[in-house]
Write a protein of this length. Structure first.
Length: 140
């Protein structure tokens, strides 16, 4: 690490570790290059920031840089797009099938499934016969 005071070095290394955790899907050689670049930008910004308190200076620099997730998303859009292809595809397929099964209307039986339709058919048939009986009775 660059020549920071001890407290500032701890703060900067913590920030870099958080950036590194956001880069877990990026290839290792790109991670190292990106972290070295961020570290050099941090050190330059720290050196250029006026002030007497070292901790306040590094905190101002980190505030200007932004959250690690934002820094990674802003500076490595191509790597982030490529990293999206490395997810576990079979898990997504199983999840999609599970969602499709749960979205299936299980309250209605499949067509041609007479055993599942029997209670409804029986109730409908009894209504129909009652209506026919009532209409034929009133027609007389």
């Amino acid at each position: 690490m660059n020549n920071y005071p001890e407290v500032v070095a701890k703060i900067a290394s913590d920030y870099l570790e958080r950036v590194k955790s956001q880069l877990r899907l990026v290839p290792a050689h790109e991670q190292g290059e990106f972290l070295r670049e961020i570290e050099s930008h941090l050190f330059e910004a720290y050196q250029q920031t006026p002030g007497e308190d070292d901790v306040a200076r590094i905190l101002a620099v980190l505030r200007n840089f932004g959250e690690p997730a934002e820094v990674v998303a802003d500076r490595l859009p191509g790597a982030m797009v490529r990293s999206g292809t490395k997810h576990n595809l079979p898990l997504y397929v199983v999840g999609g099938i599970l969602i499709a099964l749960l979205a299936f209307p299980w309250d209605r039986p499949a067509p041609g499934c007479w055993w599942a339709c029997w209670p409804r058919w029986q109730a409908s048939w009894s209504r129909i016969t009652r209506l026919q009986a009532a209409s034929s009775w009133s027609a007389r």
